[in-house]
Design a protein around this ligand. Structure first.
Ligand SMILES: *Cc1c(COP(=O)(O)O)cnc(C)c1O
Length: 381
């Protein structure tokens, strides 16, 4: 029995229909597996779904971030501001441009997104960009960050890894800044296994990211395969960050099922919120947010102060309910200790209290109720 089967409620779960299996099988039989027409089709569909001018499919979300930061001109000597309550990929991608990550704080237990006042406080003459995360699929206060960036003459990039389908004021997350970066990792809302997408309305940024995606080469193997180009030049020192046809096929399918996936998550989140409301001292963040606007990637709770999170997780594990922690703050990791020079009181106070509960599109009411019952009993012991 696999680990996924042994959980009564896994943290995340994939639903696979016959149509998806058949679509992928057709591409497998088709004879061209690397980046080609299916990737272009996926990009066009994603651009249409987000109302973005350009969408570039990439190998993973981290590659999307790296390309966007390069398009913003980040390099040695620059600083990029980002919340520490975040996945480490964000800080790593900044570091790999040669720039330095500078961590900012979040609002607190009611809202785990970056506090624009602390983003402003983190800005120095060296700041090149703000990397704005939409935590858990809840849109952050992007307008404040755009205003701040305009005033300072810097760039906003959106880490929309949690936010496929999330909107703010009707507009897709990922379309506010210079570029928006999505991840299609297995446990995200729109998984392809590995995969990502970077979207932008800026023609120059799109052209730059396209070059860096494939070694800085001016033509693609697919073009030469079709006899549309005989040779190429290399104009920047790029990477291989391409997506392949198989994953693009999965991605296009997942994009079609995303509204149903997110609707299921919205339902589950509402049920959790109602059932958890009575637990003394426990906070379910984003209770004041517009729930319709969220992609509900994560269902995070802030445990009552003083609770031993490790013990609660162990009891839930015994009950075969899978949990996680999003996230150990990046500034707490050994390799980022030297970047931990700003005080982050909200993040530090929250970090030991965060607990992520299972959520996915087809989670049943019974599963949600079971998680809540087990959590209640774990907290009472
Ligand atoms: C998943 C994730 C990434 C990285 O995406 P990968 O596809 O795993 O490379 C970046 N930022 C955040 C916030 C994420 O959750």
């Amino acid at each position: 029995m696999s680990d996924v089967d042994s959980w009564r409620v896994p943290l995340a779960d994939l639903e696979v229909d016959e149509e998806l299996v058949e679509e992928v099988a057709r591409v497998v039989s088709g004879g061209w597996w690397s980046m080609g027409p299916r990737v272009e089709q996926f990009e066009a569909a994603f651009a249409a779904a987000t109302d973005a001018r350009h969408a570039l499919a990439v190998a993973n979300g981290t590659a999307a971030l790296h390309l966007a930061l390069l398009a913003a001109g980040c390099g040695p000597g620059d600083e990029v501001v980002l919340p520490s309550l975040n996945f480490v990929a964000a800080a790593n991608s900044i570091t790999h441009t040669g720039a330095t990550p500078v961590f900012c704080d979040v609002f607190g237990p009611d809202d785990l997104n970056a506090d624009p006042a602390d983003v402003a406080a983190a800005i120095t003459p060296r700041t090149k960009a703000i990397l704005a995360l939409h935590y858990g699929g809840y849109p952050c206060e992007i307008e404040s960050m755009l205003e701040l960036a305009a005033r300072e003459g810097i760039t906003v990039i959106e880490d929309a890894a949690h936010a496929p389908g999330a909107r703010r004021g009707g507009r897709a997350c990922g379309t506010f800044g210079l570029a928006g970066c999505f991840s299609f990792f297995s446990n995200k809302n729109m998984p392809t296994g590995e995969g990502g997408m970077v979207i932008t309305n800026d023609d120059d940024a799109a052209a730059r990211m396209k070059l860096y995606r494939s070694h800085g080469m001016t033509t693609l193997t697919w073009d030469r395969h079709r006899g549309h180009a005989a040779s190429y030049d290399v104009v920047v020192k790029g990477f291989n960050y391409r997506l392949d046809e198989l994953r693009a096929t999965i991605g296009e399918h997942r994009l079609r099922t995303l509204p149903a996936e997110n609707a299921g998550r919205l339902r589950a989140s509402a049920r959790y919120r109602e059932a958890l409301a009575g637990i003394d001292g426990l906070v379910v963040p984003f209770h004041a947010a517009d729930q319709q606007s969220s992609a509900h990637h994560l269902l995070v709770v802030v445990l009552p102060e003083g609770v031993d999170r490790g013990a609660v997780r162990a009891r839930l594990h015994e009950a075969r309910v899978q949990t996680s922690v999003h996230y150990p703050p990046i500034h707490s990791f050994t390799t980022y200790a030297e970047s931990a020079h700003r005080a982050l009181p909200q993040t530090d106070a929250l970090a030991p209290r965060l607990l992520t509960l299972p959520i996915f599109g087809h989670i049943t009411d019974e599963q949600v109720d079971l998680v809540v019952t087990e959590l209640r009993s774990a907290l009472e012991r």
